[in-house]
Design a protein around this ligand. Structure first.
Ligand SMILES: *Cc1c(COP(=O)(O)O)cnc(C)c1O
Ligand SMILES: [Zn+2]
Length: 464
């Protein structure tokens, strides 16, 4: 594939190209992020979605079964024999009318994309499958990531199943939910807990990877984002290839939003879609760098000439105030998103918007999602809380078709869920009160009764 796929600097004034077999975290000339780009003229990818539909009947072939690799003609960087798949991408787009009501959308207007159904329980598997494939292509022996939890769970799982690489994961102290940590530990990853937060761990892992030549699977890795493009293909597939009006996604390191933008740019270029949906990226208000830069300070991609001074000034402010990201949504508890510039490009392409939502709004939205079935972790619910906010502002119309990406499984962070529904005020205060969550409007409280048959029967009759 080395003659039809390349890596290329995202900054138009530079645009330096690199081979597909190089492992780089950024452009050697200018330091910007890299894209994986393709020579579509020579590749001649399918011009019709029916090509992909035909793969449904060939599910005994792992490359057709995978929700990532059945679209491999749209991410053609790997020879088929090098592709690593563990059955990722078997996810579901579900119409959710109860949640639509909560968001104030018409019936049928809200669709939830359940990425928590992936093998390790989050959307990260889409990207990990692609990054792992690239690591195999270049013969890597060890792979590392900094993680708020889900990237490490995913990496650890791919390493455990394939036995082809050793996982080294960096986590900040006390910042990872037990659901996620338990996965990394059980799957056998070397777990390095550093005294700092995610932003610290992210910086360190890049230094360590460079020094030791360890393959890095964080979303600075452009191959990971290729895998994540397929989330959008599956959304379109579930909608019978009709483009929705909005894609709403939580924003952390901004890999997802960046990859969605790239997916739509390519689909448009290839003639597979005629219209590009708008993307809404939702920050937690305790980790709102993108919102601050884009909505408050006017930072724009500006056709590839963003005003870096705005970013530097903001980072200097964060440093001066020693401000750290803080939200119950640990998966997006990030103040220095590594994909900021790619994300700005996606916002320009899709006429996107950015909003912030509070932990209160996220936890309430999460309870609504869960009450409708399947459920999600706190960060994922930012998408639904954000859709509600945009609907109330009138930015999203009542009749719009809106897809919210539920990035992670409900069981990832049971602490937050139980604290929301508990009758134990101390537990509530400890986990949620400390985050500024004041009430649990949609709590489903357990009923306490004495161990007495009559009392139990009375309680059941009273409450059901
Ligand atoms: C990683 C993660 C996010 C953040 O996604 P980015 O691509 O980093 O913006 C959101 N939700 C969950 C559950 C995650 O694991
Ligand atoms: Zn460059």
């Amino acid at each position: 594939m080395s003659d039809v796929a390349f890596q290329r600097c995202i900054s138009p004034p530079c645009g330096e190209s690199y081979g597909i077999y190089e492992s780089l975290l950024s452009c050697k000339k200018c330091g910007h992020l890299l894209d994986v780009v393709y020579d579509w003229e020579r590749l001649q990818p399918p011009t019709d979605w029916s090509y992909f539909e035909q793969k449904w009947s060939r599910r005994n072939d792992p490359l057709c079964f995978s929700g990532v690799w059945r679209f491999r003609d749209l991410l053609p960087f790997a020879p088929p024999e090098k592709i690593v798949t563990i059955g990722e991408g078997q996810t579901l787009l579900q119409k959710a009318d109860e949640v639509a009501k909560y968001v104030n959308l018409n019936a049928g207007g809200l669709l939830l994309q359940y990425e928590g159904m992936n093998p390790s329980g989050s959307f990260k598997d889409n990207g990990m499958s692609a990054a792992f494939t690239h690591a195999q292509m270049i013969g890597a022996k060890r792979a590392a990531c900094a993680s708020t939890g889900n990237t490490s769970a995913s990496l650890a799982l791919y390493c455990a199943i394939t036995r082809q690489m050793r996982a080294v994961i960096f986590i900040g102290s006390g910042k990872i939910s037990y659901g996620k940590l338990s996965q990394a530990l059980e799957y056998g990853a070397l777990t390095v807990q550093i005294a700092g937060d995610f932003d610290d761990a992210m910086q360190r892992v890049q230094e360590v990877s460079r020094q030791l030549g360890i393959y890095l699977v964080n979303s600075v890795n452009p191959f990971r984002l290729e895998g994540q493009k397929t989330i959008m293909y599956r959304v379109l597939e579930a909608l019978r290839w009709e483009v929705p009006d909005w894609i709403v996604v939580p924003g952390g390191n901004l890999g997802n939003s960046s990859s969605f933008g790239k997916a739509f740019a390519e689909l448009k270029e290839l003639g597979l879609i005629e219209r590009i949906p708008r993307i809404a990226i939702i920050n937690a208000s305790g980790a709102n760098t993108l919102w601050e830069l884009f909505e408050q300070r006017g930072l724009r991609w500006n056709s590839g000439q963003p005003d870096k001074g705005i970013v530097d000034a903001y980072h200097a402010e964060l440093d001066a105030l020693q401000r750290r990201a803080s939200t119950i949504a640990s998966a997006i508890e990030i103040n220095r998103p590594v994909n900021l510039y790619k994300c700005l490009r996606a916002l320009e392409l899709t006429d996107g918007v950015v909003r912030e939502v509070s932990d209160q709004e996220m936890m309430d939205a999460k309870a609504q999602v869960g009450a409708g079935g399947y459920g999600c972790e706190p960060a994922s619910a930012a998408s639904v809380a954000g859709a509600k906010l945009l609907r109330n502002e009138g930015v999203i119309g009542a009749g719009d078709r809106v897809v919210c990406i539920l990035t992670g499984h409900q069981l990832k962070d049971p602490d937050a869920t139980v604290a929301y529904h508990t009758t134990d005020q101390d537990k509530f205060n400890q986990v949620l009160g400390s985050r500024g969550v004041k009430r649990a409007a949609f709590a489903n409280r357990a009923v306490t009764v004495s161990n007495d048959l009559e009392e139990i029967i009375k309680a059941i009759q009273l409450y059901s």
